[in-house]
Design a protein around this ligand. Structure first.
Ligand SMILES: Cc1ncc(COP(=O)(O)O)c(C=O)c1O
Length: 385
């Protein structure tokens, strides 16, 4: 079996599984906010995890606020920056390729809170237009409440020039949030060096337990509680902490930095795979092919062949891929990300997404190549559209 849907969700890392097997038998379960020694033991475990994670993502421990994952983190950041913005700041700058969480939340702020949304467009490689961002920031500097532009796209894997965007926002004194869900645990990331104001992480994208995650805030006093509760997470996130999830986050991210050098091997294997695929099937499109991408992500299309047909063929070979983002897999339409890149239905409806991890065998790419080429050749004879 080859699992190639790491951008959708990563299976538990082997080290996380090993940890959990022992942890479950440990009988150390209690409310981390209780004053008895069992609660305190779990509480101090959470703080140790915060230290480990801070080291792995390049921030200070008190900049991390644990939660249930990126959708919650994004919602809290937008709530904090928009609901509490001065009345003169009524503009939000975003891109046309964000994950669905962002546009659906922004729609609320536009319709119910009177914000104006300004979208920065992307070029055919999926990279945002920095000149147009510069222009928007200069023209509307005093009315912008927040810039929110993702770090790496979940469908294409294309990585945005985040350091440049941070610098521009800093020069204009504007808060910058980057949705880093796909970068943390998959690519190079250092919160404080990148100059971000806010970032997010989901445990299930990094091989930790689903339902765990965190926000990183340069200045945590800018965050407001979005889920109300007692004093958990310094009053910034109510609810009893998901301590098992937090423990797995620390194990997974510590493992990531110890194995970070394997990203280079993964990138080389992906490049070789893509070039062999193009050699054998020259009509193949590699979307965002000329841009810097997450090392293990390829979004591939073959004109006239439906992505779902390829996905089914691959699954019959025990290879698991998706047709775009896992949450929109059932929509046989060209995604908003691909439309924003100027890609039409002929290519857009044919996409399959491969997303591999640096823990995989590089030989997996060879197996995928053989299965993919034979699937496309077979389906070409019975073109679906
Ligand atoms: C870029 C990006 N942002 C946000 C999310 C939402 O993450 P979650 O579903 O873990 O809350 C995802 C999940 O696919 C994602 O890829």
């Amino acid at each position: 079996m080859i699992y190639a849907d790491y951008n959708g969700s990563a299976p538990l890392l082997p080290c996380v599984k090993e940890y959990l097997k022992k942890r479950i038998d440990s009988d150390l379960y209690a409310n981390p906010n209780a004053i008895h020694s069992m609660g305190q033991k779990i509480h101090s475990g959470i703080e140790k995890c915060r230290d480990v994670i801070a080291h792995a993502v390049g921030c200070y421990p008190d900049q991390i606020i644990f939660n249930s994952g990126s959708s919650e983190g994004i919602s809290q950041i937008l709530f904090s920056c928009l609901e509490y913005a001065p009345s003169t700041k009524k503009m939000i700058v975003t891109s046309s390729i964000e994950h669905a969480v962002i546009p659906s939340a922004l729609k609320y702020y536009e319709e119910r809170r009177g914000f104006k949304i300004e979208k920065v467009h992307v070029n055919q490689n999926g990279l945002i237009d920095l000149d147009s961002l510069k222009k928007i920031l200069s023209q509307h500097q005093s009315s912008i409440a927040l810039v929110t532009i993702m770090a790496a796209n979940n469908e294409t894997g294309v990585i945005q020039p985040i350091n440049e965007i941070s610098k521009l926002c800093q020069e204009h004194g504007i808060l910058f949030f980057s949705d880093t869900t796909q970068v943390i645990g998959k690519g190079t990331f250092h919160f404080n060096e990148m100059g971000l104001d806010f970032a997010v992480c989901s445990g299930h994208k990094v091989g930790a337990l689903s339902g765990s995650g965190f926000v990183i805030a340069k200045d945590p006093t800018l965050l407001k509680p979005y889920i109300f509760g007692s004093h958990q997470e310094k009053g910034l996130r109510g609810g009893t902490q998901h301590y098992l999830g937090i423990e797995t986050l620390a194990i997974a991210l510590d493992d990531f930095i110890k194995n970070e050098k394997r990203l280079k091997q993964l990138l080389e294997a992906r490049q070789e795979f893509e070039s062999k695929l193009k050699n054998q099937l020259p009509l193949t499109h590699i979307i965002g092919g000329n841009a810097l991408r997450l090392p293990g992500t390829s979004l591939i299309s073959y004109p006239g062949i439906h992505g779902q047909a390829i996905q089914i063929e691959l699954e019959s070979n025990n290879i698991f891929v998706t047709t775009s983002a896992a949450c929109s897999d059932n929509q046989p339409e060209t995604s908003h990300v691909l439309k924003a890149m100027g890609i039409g239905d002929e290519v857009g409806r044919g996409v399959i997404r491969l997303s591999l991890s640096h823990h995989q065998q590089m030989a997996d790419y060879h197996e995928i190549l053989c299965a993919l080429v034979s699937a496309i050749k077979k389906l070409e004879k019975i073109k679906s559209f």
